[in-house]
Design a protein around this ligand. Structure first.
Ligand code: NDP
Ligand code: 2IT
Length: 446
């Protein structure tokens, strides 16, 4: 390891003990940024990277609620307000039993660079709870969510901090959160994004992350005079991002052959067409069932407890969670012919897997670039809320595509190496850093 990175990281680790996902995210960025900062000493003297790695504010609170049996339940609630140099804090809320401070800090840190890449005026934040929505009734989800907002509302606002969805937080949860915020503040504002279309939401927001990750893959493929058409694609997850990545990839002529959840993976060699996708959307978004039921319904293989990376593909779209592709998985993917990976999920590849991609010079779009379409359309939702005017599907989709093209260009600008290879990791990290760093320089030591 570069000794300058090593020294920087030993400081980060000692200040944030045990937060391993946070260390991982910071180290990846530091490896790109420290050499860049050495060449641009104004950032070094102002300790911009050191400041970016420290949240502006961390809010941690108790979330008590009554379950359907009348029993008291207690969860932890968090909001990490990471950086507000270029706009109000912006980022999702995650409800999942694995949620802890280190995971939310890694997500908030990534969000700062991602939001900067979108070109929209949004700072970075993230929040959530260790609440597990699985197996809870609608009533319990509402009770928990209302209690969560009863504390969170005093810290957020349309010009301060604008949360949205992430794992375990979709349209239903955003509805309950919005209702409670409105009641507490007596204000109808764009304080959350991912709202329903009848009450301030934007068309294409549900689709945006998945569509965006496919638009990004298409841009990467274009650099090699290639396209999504005819490609075999593996997708992990079967939630919001996975569903709409599948829809767009299929629309562009690719064949998606897998879905997964925390139980296992289904493999459908004939491809997940429109009707089968509609079945998955109903299964996951309404019935809240398991992906195994797809295998039963369509008589295809189900691999209990496995992820999709053993299945042969040209393009992989990881769309479930962090660290879901190990070094071994990366080697298997490439050995089976995969040469394009566009990350719908946040940090789905372990550092050793990323080394394999870069070493083999495949097309690799890291999450902070490839999945920025979701927060980009959240930014467009904020714009529409401010104007009090909704845009059409076509208008929003057009802007989303243009934003993904721009992010790709930024990666090319900052990530192209002497031999012409585009290192999208460096490209996204440096491209995201510059705008935030310049804003921080202009605003003084704050
Ligand atoms: P959903 O809750 O809609 O879906 C998550 C999917 O991933 C489910 O299939 C879930 O399976 C699976 N999953 C979650 N955690 C694990 C785990 N620990 N192990 C195995 N499988 C898991 O979330 P989203 O689709 O919104 O989010 C997916 C990824 O995309 C996340 O990394 C998120 O941070 C990222 N992302 C989301 C954006 C958005 O706009 N929603 C924007 C940018 C990135 P199960 O149901 O069994 O838990
Ligand atoms: O990781 C992400 O970018 C999100 N979960 C979406 C954040 C947002 O504010 O739309």
């Amino acid at each position: 390891m570069d000794p300058r990175v090593e020294q920087f990281m030993s400081n980060v680790i000692s200040k944030n003990l045990g937060e391993v996902e946070f260390h991982q995210a910071v180290q990846e960025v530091a490896e790109s940024i420290i050499p860049f900062v050495e060449e641009n000493p104004k950032y070094k003297h102002a300790k911009i990277l050191e400041r970016i790695a420290e949240p502006e504010r961390v809010i941690l609170f108790r979330v008590p609620w009554l379950d359907d049996k009348g029993e008291v339940q207690i969860n932890k609630g968090y909001r990490i307000e990471m950086n507000s140099a270029i706009g109000p804090y912006k980022g999702g809320l995650r409800f999942h039993p694995t949620v802890n401070l280190g995971i939310l800090k890694f997500l908030a840190f990534e969000q700062v660079f991602k939001n900067s890449l979108t070109t929209l005026p949004m700072g970075g934040g993230k929040g959530g709870s260790d609440f597990d929505p699985k197996g809870k009734s609608d009533n319990e989800v509402m009770k928990f969510t209302q209690s969560f907002m009863t504390e969170l509302f005093r810290h957020i606002g349309p010009n301060t901090d604008v949360p949205a969805g992430d794992i375990g937080v979709g349209g239903r949860e955003i509805g309950f959160l919005f209702g409670q915020y409105k009641r507490l503040r007596n204000e109808f504002t764009g304080v959350l994004t991912g709202k329903g279309i009848e009450w301030g939401g934007s068309l294409i927001r549900p689709e945006a992350t998945g569509y965006g990750s496919v638009y990004f893959a298409e841009e990467m493929l274009k650099t090699r005079n290639d396209s999504m058409k005819g490609k075999i694609v593996t997708v992990s997850g079967s939630g919001n991002v996975a569903q709409y990545a599948t829809e767009k990839a299929t629309e562009l002529g690719a064949k998606v052959v897998t879905f997964s959840d925390s139980g296992g993976t289904i493999y459908d060699p004939n491809g997940i067409d429109k009707d089968k996708l509609a079945f998955v959307m109903e299964l996951k978004n309404i019935k809240r069932g398991r992906i195994k039921e797809y295998a039963e319904k369509y008589s295809v293989e189900y691999f209990e407890g496995e992820r999709p990376w053993n299945i042969k593909c040209d393009v992989a779209l990881p769309s479930a969670t962090q660290n879901e592709i190990t070094e071994e998985d990366a080697k298997t993917l490439i050995a089976n012919g995969c040469y394009c990976i566009s990350e719908g999920a946040n940090m789905p590849s372990v550092p050793e897997a990323i080394e394999v991609y870069l070493d083999k010079k495949i097309l690799y779009g890291p999450g902070k670039a490839a999945n920025a379409g979701g927060v980009a359309v959240s930014g467009l939702e904020m714009t529409q809320n401010s104007m009090r005017l909704p845009w059409s599907r076509e208008q929003v989709d057009e802007r989303l595509q243009q934003i993904m093209i721009n992010i790709h260009e930024t990666c090319v600008k900052f990530g192209t190496k002497d031999d012409g290879f585009i290192n999208y990791v460096d490209g996204a990290n440096i491209g995201g850093f510059v705008k935030v760093a310049d804003a921080m320089l202009a605003q003084g030591v704050v």
